[in-house]
Design a binder for this molecule. Structure first.
Ligand SMILES: [Zn+2]
Length: 195
């Protein structure tokens, strides 16, 4: 039996998009499933939308990330990643991944961008994030997603900016398909150090 509160919500939604017919749900569970069924349906497909569907400012930010990716130092993976942060004044801070022969020392594009923004006094002035990945093969690939470590850093950045729902645009190499999400969605329960 599926409940209607707390951790039972997700199973209700999953059933709402196909595992069960909506009509089979109780009235209370139908009310829960309906508002999120569309979102989950898109996730079930591939979670991506066309670049043309998103805000022009975010699309421009993704293009800036794509330019940044060309500055990546990625001789080992040959997977170049670019990140771009949109600041309150409309300016953009970028970063690219930097790999080391001692693999564990490698730094991701997102963190390079955040550290750079901090050095420019803009740690609390970020409005949005874009990330793009370019594989060595040159294929479009899937929109690249921030790794777990970067999600933590982005969560702390978003908190510092007072924007836990800061938008994050993750794009494929050809800037055609994007996954539009938020920092809060990427890491709903970040480490806070007890603060
Ligand atoms: Zn990362």
């Amino acid at each position: 039996m599926v409940g209607v509160k707390g951790q039972a919500v997700l199973p209700v939604v999953l059933r709402g998009i196909g595992f069960l017919q909506m009509k089979d749900l109780s009235k209370a569970n139908r009310a829960l499933a309906r508002p999120t069924a569309g979102v989950w349906m898109r996730c079930a497909m591939d979670g991506c939308v066309d670049m043309a569907e998103i805000d022009a400012g975010l699309a421009g930010l993704a293009r800036a990330a794509a330019v940044a990716a060309d500055s990546a130092h990625a001789p080992f993976s040959r997977f170049r990643v670019g990140a771009a942060l949109l600041l309150d004044d409309g300016s953009i801070v970028t970063g690219a991944n930097y790999e080391s022969a001692s693999y564990g020392l490698t730094m991701c594009a997102e963190r390079v961008a955040v550290f750079r923004a901090n050095m420019e006094g803009a740690r609390e002035l970020v409005r949005a994030v874009a990330v793009i990945g370019k594989s060595a093969e040159g294929g479009p690939g899937d929109p690249v997603m921030p790794c777990g470590a970067c999600r933590q850093i982005l969560a702390e950045l978003a908190a510092a900016c007072g924007r836990p729902d800061m938008p994050v645009v993750c794009a494929d190499a050809r800037l055609r398909r994007v996954r539009l999400t938020t920092v809060a969605e990427l890491l709903p329960h970040p480490f806070t150090g007890g603060v």
